[in-house]
Design a protein. Structure first.
Length: 390
């Protein structure tokens, strides 16, 4: 079937880029493993396919699907989220340019920008994205090319006004990049709010099953698309056919899963808020969260991610993290299973000692699609280990 931008999210998720195979009528498009394609004479390409790095039907189907869901004109699928970010920055910046990013950005993003691309002459300034005056000063102080924001942020769950930040960036001649990994296109569409570029770790909610690593870039501008597409082809950090197939399969159920992730996280956050062991619950679905009202405007629901800080400090956080059975202590997030992470020593270890360092009394929860009563019971059991020294 043809897919229209006026159709609902779940209809687009199931059908965009997924036309049945015409020869047999197979409802699921075939998985194309070929690395090269026969030509009808020199330069006579069939549907533009020449070599697997430059194009693959399975990857193209995923890219069409991603663009349809983010409201973009072009999407590009990569071998990882960081590969997507690296290609994006190489495509749009040059030595001497500057990136202004959130002061609680994902540790891997900061490591890429500061330690890898910093050696290439790309500067950076971390700043509180909720403070628009501070962002404006940081942008004006340097030759800023990109303003980079996560909302909700990882792991402090800050909410940033995408439309206001887009105007600020554009007034300064910069581009706004939004990492939409935590929200997913089901809950939030940054391009519709004025952002220029959306990036994803598709490993997370888009893939959704903790079985494939990938990344994506989505844009709605032909000039940006041409630059990014060239780097994707020239550098070659593309998603392989099987990775693209698995990501497409996960993406088809994103809306259904995100509803359950969000509902479970809301219930868990409300339960945590009443616990005497807890110092703070960082979840935008709580009215007490400073970004709650803005999140209600920008997001359909509030997502599956919660961060929790404990009154007992580092020891309490570690004991909870190491004593659950339904929540698995592991890196990553966004899968159907619930995961728990101690960011200070895991996902954000690379930013220890910097402005982006994560509090040592904080754990991050990725609420899966299990029965919420079991998630709460698991946490309640883990809380019994606080203060025991066990």
């Amino acid at each position: 079937m043809s897919v229209s931008e006026n159709q609902g999210f779940n209809t687009r998720a199931v059908h965009a880029g997924q036309a049945f195979e015409p020869r047999t009528g197979a409802v699921v498009p075939p998985l194309h493993f070929s690395s090269t394609y026969a030509q009808d004479g020199i330069g006579g390409l069939r549907d533009g396919y020449e070599y697997g790095r430059g194009g693959n039907p399975t990857r193209d189907a995923l890219q069409e699907q991603l663009a349809a869901l983010e409201g973009g004109s072009h999407a590009y699928s990569f071998s990882s989220g960081l590969a997507a970010e690296d290609s994006l920055i190489r495509a749009l910046t040059r030595p001497g340019d500057h990136i202004v990013l959130g002061n609680d950005a994902y540790g891997g993003t900061y490591r890429l920008i500061s330690r890898v691309l910093g050696e290439w002459g790309i500067g950076n300034t971390p700043v509180d994205m909720a403070d628009l005056d501070a962002v404006a000063k940081a942008v004006a102080a340097n030759k800023t090319r990109l303003v980079w924001v996560e909302t909700p942020s990882n792991p402090m769950m800050k909410i940033t006004d995408i439309a206001a930040l887009a105007k600020l960036a554009h007034d300064a001649g910069a581009l706004l990049v939004v990492d939409n990994t935590f929200a997913s296109p089901y809950l939030q569409t940054p391009l519709a709010l004025g952002a220029d570029i959306v990036v994803h770790s598709t490993t997370k909610y888009i893939g959704g099953h903790s079985d494939v690593v990938g990344g994506a870039i989505v844009v709605n501008d032909a000039t940006l698309a041409e630059k990014i597409g060239f780097v994707q082809f020239a550098v070659g950090a593309v998603s392989g056919p099987m990775d693209a197939f698995l990501t497409t399969r996960g993406l088809k159920t994103l809306g259904v899963r995100m509803d359950r992730h969000s509902d479970n996280a809301q219930a868990v956050a409300e339960w945590l808020l009443e616990r005497p062991e807890v110092e703070a619950v960082l979840y935008p679905g709580l009215p007490s969260h400073p970004g709650h009202e803005l999140a209600k405007k920008q997001m359909k629901k509030f997502g599956g991610m919660i961060s929790v800080q404990f009154k007992g400090g580092e020891a309490a956080a570690r004991r909870v993290a190491e004593n659950t059975s339904v929540f698995t202590l592991a890196e990553s997030l966004g899968g159907i299973e619930s995961l728990m992470n101690y960011p200070s020593e895991m996902t954000h270890a690379s930013v220890k000692g910097t402005e982006l360092a994560v509090p040592v009394n904080l754990i991050r929860l990725s609420c899966g699609i299990e029965d919420v009563e079991d998630l709460i019971a698991d946490l309640e059991h883990a809380f019994t280990f606080i203060g025991t020294g066990s």
